[in-house]
Design a protein around this ligand. Structure first.
Ligand code: ZN
Length: 247
């Protein structure tokens, strides 16, 4: 696979980075990235990765754009209110580069449909806002040995996870065996758009690094962020003996 003249010009700033160069850019071009949830976290991921040279995306979302989404879901503007998020996301990505391939899934993920949805993708980004979906996505990715990034946000706090299931290691269920009682609804608990923006931006950064062969400092760890006090820390996740994903 080669880069076109358009791509060489488009990504010049990135190719000039010695640690990316033309080989890294070709690797980015080869990846298929699935974004589950075109919301606060999914928006910056789609926008940054489309600009960084990922040329094939899947977008999963069952919802429509509402006015209350606009403060954090930077893919959308007020003309998009009432429209299907997957269709608007596709349109916005094509405005960046009309040659990007995008497959849309206008559906809510569950244990059954995830099996076929994630099948053709190298990286899965979980930008959903509920623990049940997060655990279902984790289990499906673990079973199919995918690479999974998870963004989880509430108020000023965030957790980011990265698991490469092609290698032995822990999963989200080792850290959180079942869905907690409380919800993870941005709308109910309150959230700043900058918090979801930072989470999506870090996920995009780590995906680019991992693709081009740079070490991702996030692997098998959770990056815990509090943006009220500006506190950042990383915690290693250990394999749980009780987790059925590692039998
Ligand atoms: Zn596990």
């Amino acid at each position: 696979m080669k880069l076109t003249n358009d791509q060489i010009e488009r990504y010049k700033g990135q190719i000039n980075l010695k640690k990316i160069n033309i080989q890294g850019q070709i690797k980015l071009k080869k990846q298929n990235v699935l974004i589950i949830g075109a919301g606060g976290v999914g928006s910056p991921v789609a926008l940054f990765l489309a600009r960084a040279g990922i040329t094939s995306f899947g977008i999963v979302d069952y919802d429509k754009v509402s006015k209350s989404n606009l403060h954090r879901q930077v893919l959308f503007d007020q003309k998009d209110i009432g429209k299907k998020k997957v269709l608007v996301t596709k349109k916005k990505i094509l405005l960046i580069d009309k040659n990007i391939k995008i497959k849309t899934y206008d559906t809510k993920v569950n244990r059954v449909n995830l099996k076929s949805i994630i099948k053709d993708y190298d990286y899965i980004i979980d930008g959903t806002d509920n623990f049940t979906s997060k655990l279902n996505i984790n289990d499906a990715c673990s079973f199919q040995k995918k690479k999974l990034f998870i963004g989880s946000v509430s108020q000023f706090d965030a957790h980011i996870f990265f698991f490469d299931f092609s290698k032995k290691g822990p999963c989200l269920r080792c850290f959180m065996p079942r869905a907690p009682q409380h919800s993870l609804s941005c709308q109910d608990d309150g959230i700043l758009g900058t918090v979801t923006g930072i989470v999506g931006t870090i996920i995009s950064n780590e995906l680019i690094k991992d693709t081009v062969g740079l070490y991702s400092n996030l692997k098998n760890e959770t990056f815990i962020i509090n943006l009220e006090k500006l506190l950042f820390r990383k915690v290693k996740i250990k394999n749980s003996a009780n987790c059925k994903n590692h039998d």
